[in-house]
Ligand binder design. Structure first.
Ligand SMILES: [Zn+2]
Ligand SMILES: [Zn+2]
Length: 159
């Protein structure tokens, strides 16, 4: 985890002025990978007191525009933010609970998939999302039903 001095250095290196909202949001994104906007607003308020939604949105836009923060938005999810940038890593997303987990790039560099036909496009990235069920959702789904107290096994529905 970067400390406050590291975060200030990162902001300056990106050509940004160091402000308390920027520090608070950047710190929260480092602390909570794949955090959503609501949680970031909560984290910023916990640290700074009154901060408007708009202020947090503005900070997020600046941080993503300068590449300090990466915005991802798996289908069906709200926008999420992470500080692990520049490595073309992908995400495992749980269809059941929406949990997101990082996974290294399949080949080590973008684009890690080559289109079968490129149509003359200069392809620089393939957006890869691995969909499935996280460990706990998969376990919950495949766990055997508890034994029936009265011995009836006729009902086999999901609750
Ligand atoms: Zn899950
Ligand atoms: Zn990630």
């Amino acid at each position: 985890m970067p400390d406050a001095a590291d975060l200030e250095r990162a902001l300056r290196a990106a050509g940004l002025r160091v402000t308390r909202p920027r520090l608070a949001v950047l710190d929260a994104v480092h602390a909570h990978p794949h955090v959503d906007t609501e949680a970031l607003i909560g984290a910023a308020r916990a640290r700074l007191g009154a901060v408007s939604h708009q202020a947090v949105y503005d900070v997020l836009r600046v941080l993503t525009d300068t590449g300090l923060v990466r915005r991802i938005q798996p289908q069906g999810s709200v926008a999420r933010y992470e500080a692990r940038v520049g490595d073309n890593h992908h995400h495992l997303v749980c269809r059941s609970c929406g949990a997101i987990s990082d996974v290294d790039c399949a080949t080590g560099q973008a684009p890690c998939l080559t289109p079968s036909v490129d149509g003359g496009f200069l392809v620089d990235e393939a957006e890869v999302v691995y969909w499935g069920r996280c460990r706990s959702c998969a376990t919950a789904r495949t766990a055997p039903a508890p034994p029936d107290p009265d011995g009836s096994t006729a009902q086999r529905g999901t609750p």
